[in-house]
Ligand binder design. Structure first.
Ligand code: S3P
Length: 180
């Protein structure tokens, strides 16, 4: 099977859903941010602080490229991976893309006390999240299915993805390309 690639803003549940989806489907699980940490021996926060975002994005693309050489994986990507045309091209050519979303209020709740996400270490976190969501919307929309995780359990989101992959439509109230 091709890869299943999870995209979405920080806090949409990509890693939790990805792990469960991998265990339910028997596919391998790979988290791009964790692979970056493993490769560099530095936390994401440290890479941003010492080498800057541009360098982080370079490493991110190189890890995505090498990860996507393999099949049969569920891959959780970092929230900003979709910004790069190169990354999106790699996702398109090697996988089925699932974009996870959540309402801004929910993201706020999940992210406001987090100090590991360098792009959110700012004064007005709500404004920052809203602006980033807006700037990135067209990139997140480049997906085979989009699932709003607001108010849903990890188990339910996972089932929705499996349902779509098996039947071509989703079991929840979901926006997807088939129009189901
Ligand atoms: C980022 C999201 C983070 C991480 C980095 C940048 C972003 O990943 O890659 O802090 O640009 O949205 P998560 O979405 O897993 O938090």
């Amino acid at each position: 099977m091709a890869n299943i690639i999870l995209t979405g803003f920080m806090g949409t549940g990509k890693t939790s859903v990805g792990k469960r989806l991998a265990s339910k489907t028997g596919l391998a699980f790979c988290d791009i941010d964790s692979s970056i940490v493993e490769l560099t021996g530095k936390s994401i926060k440290e890479i941003f602080a010492t080498e800057g975002e541009a360098k982080f994005r370079e490493i991110e693309t190189s890890v995505i490229r090498s990860t996507l050489k393999n099949d049969n994986q569920v891959i959780s990507t970092g929230g900003g991976a979709v910004i790069s045309d190169v990354n999106r091209g790699l996702f398109r050519s090697t996988g089925f893309i699932v974009n996870l979303t959540a309402q801004t209020d929910v993201l706020m709740e999940r992210l406001q006390y987090d100090d590991e996400r360098p792009l959110l270490l700012c004064e007005n976190i709500r404004e920052t999240i809203s602006k980033m969501l807006c700037d990135r919307e067209s990139y997140y929309a480049d997906a085979d299915i989009r699932i709003d995780t607001t108010g849903k359990k990890i188990e339910d989101v996972t089932e929705e993805i499996i349902c779509f992959i098996e039947n071509g439509y989703t079991c929840g109230g979901i926006d997807c390309k088939s129009g189901a």
